[in-house]
Design a protein around this ligand. Structure first.
Ligand code: URP
Ligand code: ZN
Ligand code: ZN
Length: 460
């Protein structure tokens, strides 16, 4: 047989389904064969390493406007950070400006990413207007490869009322797409904020109190009821509480097509971070906020037993100096969001696999295969099947790393995971057969990431 262009030799292949010792033969940009003793014009030794399908991060906000600032990673820096951490596909959002059609907004967002992103990317469409002209665009967008639509139950300028949520669910469900929801009850948040400010609670410590678990619990339950009635599949983003996870599990138990995502910050950190001295707690301000230790443990249990299906980062970095600091006098002015695109695989390995919550196969499923399926990219992404894109991560399960902001490639002046000890880290990342990252450094070309047309959601 003709030698392959590249053979990844001697690795332990980990997929959602199985773990096997095999070589991977690559021709051009695709996996061509798995087997023993494959011959290649070039080889990459993966002895002692795990070889996984590239990570798929389903929830990323690059260069996202947020009032006076924008998230500090753009498509260049954010995608380089993703690659160095073992993520080869990211899914970001289109946020249409007032007066813009969804198609125009998609074109503008694609133009921001094309030629700049180094990993492949897909886009979700945010729906803030559910009047007929906007909803008439849903079907053509699904056909054009934007099959997921994000709605919000909170945030001025984004929030939909129940009628709007229902209309979005109906339109997207009928078009064969997937509705993603940021689920927090806006009235509970508004009321809690007012009470805290009236009591003179203006620091970051007040942030978690302003967005209690009940706000998530109510909004998740309501969204599930609306989605059930509208017969639309629904994906709850950044589930942060036991209440939210249990609501999703109950809906699934009733046979509803409902999926839940959580994020590393809710699996590794807790609300104790907000009690850091001075203004340091601002580094952890995201919505929903970090939660209790009991919630953290409950989320791991939910991932382990299949009640939650996906782990995205909700990567949305803001510099501490200059951006988070805008809320020094008032916690409600702290831009919401934290970085995490680079450390997802490693955090989940140490805190999930090493801690005994999940198997290596489940780790791959949560970080790669399930998001690929849910957003219609499988098996091209999220698998090691012949014909799939040769997006591979070589992961050293024995590598010990102390996480430091300076070693990461994210364009931000801190990491919420500073000083955490990791046992296991990616050592090489390939995107469609091309080496992008090696030993924690970006070694790939500029750009090269391609827009991915997402298909209809597949069950996960
Ligand atoms: O605080 C957060 N999570 N910011 C990013 C936008 C969102 O709500 O997902
Ligand atoms: Zn959100
Ligand atoms: Zn988000």
């Amino acid at each position: 047989m003709e030698p392959f262009d590249l053979v990844v030799q001697n690795g332990t292949l980990v997929t959602a389904g199985e773990t096997v010792r095999a070589d991977i033969g690559i021709r051009g940009e695709q996996i061509a064969a798995l087997g023993q003793g494959l011959r290649g014009r070039e080889t990459l030794d993966a002895g002692g390493l795990l070889v996984l399908p590239g990570g798929v991060d389903p929830h990323v906000h690059l260069e996202m406007p947020a009032g006076a600032v924008r998230s500090s990673d753009d498509f260049v820096t954010g995608s380089i950070a993703a690659a160095c951490g073992g993520t080869t596909t990211l899914l970001d959002f289109v946020e249409p400006e007032p007066g813009e059609t969804l198609a125009q907004a998609l074109q503008a967002r694609r133009a921001q990413a094309e030629g700049r992103a180094v990993v492949d990317f897909g886009l979700h469409m945010t729906l803030t207007d559910t009047r007929p002209p906007a909803l008439a665009e849903v079907e053509p967008l699904v056909a054009a490869g934007v099959s997921s639509f994000k709605v919000y139950t909170t945030y001025d300028g984004f929030r939909l009322d129940d009628a709007g949520l229902y209309a979005a669910l109906e339109a997207v469900g009928q078009a064969g797409g997937l509705v993603m929801v940021h689920a927090e009850n806006d009235v509970i948040v508004g009321q809690a904020r007012r009470a805290l400010l009236a009591a003179g609670r203006t620091g970051p410590q007040a942030h978690p109190l302003s967005r209690p678990a009940a706000a998530e619990g109510e909004a998740v339950e309501r969204m599930l009821a609306l989605a059930e009635t509208a017969q639309a599949p629904v994906y709850i983003v950044h589930t942060s509480t036991r209440r939210g996870a249990e609501a999703i599990a109950r809906a699934r138990g009733r046979g509803q097509v409902a999926y839940g995502e959580t994020c590393p910050q809710y699996l590794v950190l807790t609300e104790a971070e907000y009690a850091r001295p001075g203004f340091e707690g601002a580094k952890f301000v995201c919505s929903p906020p970090l939660r209790s230790e009991a919630d953290r443990v409950a989320l791991w249990r939910a991932l382990a037993n299949g009640q939650l299906q996906s782990v995205g980062t909700d990567h949305c970095p803001f510099f501490y100096r200059g951006a988070k600091e805008l809320g020094r006098e008032l916690f409600t002015l702290i831009p919401g969001g934290i970085p995490g695109i680079e450390a997802r695989l490693a955090l989940l390995y140490t805190w999930g696999v090493r801690a005994g919550w999940i198997s290596p196969g489940r780790w791959v499923e949560l970080c790669s295969t399930a998001p690929a399926r849910l957003f219609g990219l499988y098996p091209r992404k999220g698998s090691l099947l012949p014909g799939a894109d040769a997006d591979l991560v070589l992961f050293d399960p024995q590598r010990r790393v102390t996480l430091r902001q300076e070693m990461l490639h994210e364009n931000v002046d801190y990491t919420p995971y500073e000083g955490l000890e990791l046992h296991g880290y990616p050592v090489a990342t390939l995107r469609r057969g091309q080496l992008l990252a090696r030993e924690g450094e970006y070694v790939g070309p500029q750009g090269g990431g391609r827009f991915l047309a997402c298909g209809r959601p597949q069950a996960a």
